[in-house]
Design a protein. Structure first.
Length: 428
């Protein structure tokens, strides 16, 4: 049993393992700082580019040295006679040397290893890099040679970016909010306008036939700066009314007793986009067209909803609250630990997760409004209540056509009425 040589080879394998892990896992920021301290900031880019080659060579040394060390350690030894303890002991030694030691070494001094060993690696990298790149191309082409198609090219950069972002977050170099924003940017090509738009049933629009006073009142009550105006039907959007134009009219001296202007005179041309457009393209079009609102059309040319630049930006930065909805988070306003006010378009799975209830998610509805409508069998009036599936729901805002706002209260087990019970609050 050649124990001295086995120990030497295992030590070499451990050093190579540290080098391989440092080449791929050392903090780029720490490497840049060490290069600047040594007065060689230009070398950082070369070290980073050589990382894959150094890791490849080091991994090859690790495998070769570990295999030879194992063969020498058990040369002339009857493994069966040595027993399970000897084999297990050697495996533990190899695991500590090649896995545990490199992990801790790179965490403590990964950048130091990269910068300090670079003078030794620089001449080797220049010679070996072409061979490593050729091997990488061969491995990439193997699936095609055996008749299997790899994943589409455009998807791979996205997946690589996801991996880099996740690794930076795990290493503490990227905060959670920054990671979520980068994820949102990457996903912009995957999200469609239909996923972020306000559906037609929730749109606030003004009929072109409305009187001037009524149109101004509707615009003021809506708390929006831009409102669609429809002509013959809600599918016939004839323009966009901007509150700034209304204010400008009043600033120029229009008085309440003066002759009311025509609503059509203030309308701006509407901009239509298909619901299949990606959010990335939508943002480019918003930027190019110098507009903040677009009417979304379906495949048949009908109005499917509207989308704003805020809807698109929320895919990157998350929910954007203003003075009118600052108390709502994801459509939910918490009142107490067991009660909250919920917008009707909030999905049941979101409410279940937020309130800890168990509303059914596999029925013919998937929103809070659909859940309430299903149990009433109609559009309920404001103040009507129902109890089912461990919650009490009270309608806080509704029109003749839809439910807008619901108060949900989680009940104690056994406290609710039989599922499906609904009734009007006697005290209202």
């Amino acid at each position: 049993m050649s124990t001295p040589w086995s120990a030497v080879l295992l030590a070499i394998a451990a050093l190579a393992a540290v080098q391989a892990r440092a080449a791929r896992g050392a903090s780029l920021q720490d490497v840049q700082e060490r290069c600047q301290r040594r007065g060689r900031p230009d070398q950082c880019a070369a070290m980073t580019a050589a990382g894959p080659t150094i890791a490849f060579i080091s991994a090859t040394v690790v495998v070769a040295a570990a295999v030879v060390a194992t063969l020498l350690a058990f040369q002339g030894v009857d493994v069966a006679a040595a027993g399970i303890r000897a084999v297990t002991g050697w495996i533990m030694i190899v695991w500590i040397a090649l896995v545990v030691v490199p992990v801790f070494a790179v965490r403590l001094a990964g950048a130091w290893v990269v910068v300090t060993t670079w003078p030794l690696w620089r001449p080797v990298v220049g010679v070996v890099t072409p061979a490593v790149e050729w091997t990488a191309r061969l491995v990439t082409a193997l699936p095609r040679l055996v008749g299997r198609r790899g994943r589409d090219g455009p998807e791979r950069p996205h997946e690589e970016l996801h991996a880099v972002v996740e690794q930076a977050h795990r290493e503490g170099r990227l905060e959670g909010e920054a990671r979520d924003m980068i994820r949102g940017v990457i996903r912009l090509d995957e999200v469609r306008v239909a996923d972020v738009m306000t559906p037609r049933t929730s749109m606030l629009a003004i009929p072109a036939s409305a009187a001037w006073e009524e149109a101004v009142r509707l615009a003021a009550d809506s708390a929006h700066t831009r409102l669609p105006v429809w002509g013959r039907s809600p599918d016939d959007i004839v323009g966009i009314l901007h509150i700034r134009d209304v204010l400008q009219l009043f600033a120029e001296g229009f008085a309440a007793g003066a002759t009311a202007p025509s609503l059509e005179q203030l309308l701006r041309p509407p901009w239509f986009v298909p619901e299949s457009m990606t959010v990335r393209k939508l943002l480019r079009e918003f930027q190019r067209g110098n507009t903040h609102l677009a009417i979304v059309t379906d495949e048949f040319g009908g109005v499917a909803g509207l989308v704003t630049i805020e809807d698109a930006l929320e895919e990157i930065v998350g929910e954007i609250a203003d003075e009118h909805d600052e108390a709502f988070t994801d459509g939910i306003r918490q009142i107490s630990p067991d009660a909250c006010e919920v917008l009707a378009n909030v999905r049941l799975e979101t409410l279940n997760r937020h309130l800890g209830c168990a509303l059914p998610e596999e029925e013919n509805f998937d929103t809070v409004g659909g859940f309430v409508f299903h149990h009433f069998g109609r559009i309920p009036q404001i103040g009507e209540r129902m109890e089912a599936h461990g919650v009490r729901a009270e309608v806080l805002a509704a029109t003749r056509r839809r439910i807008d706002l619901v108060r949900i209260e989680r009940l104690e087990p056994g406290a609710d009425e039989p599922p499906g019970w609904a009734g009007r609050d006697d005290g209202r």
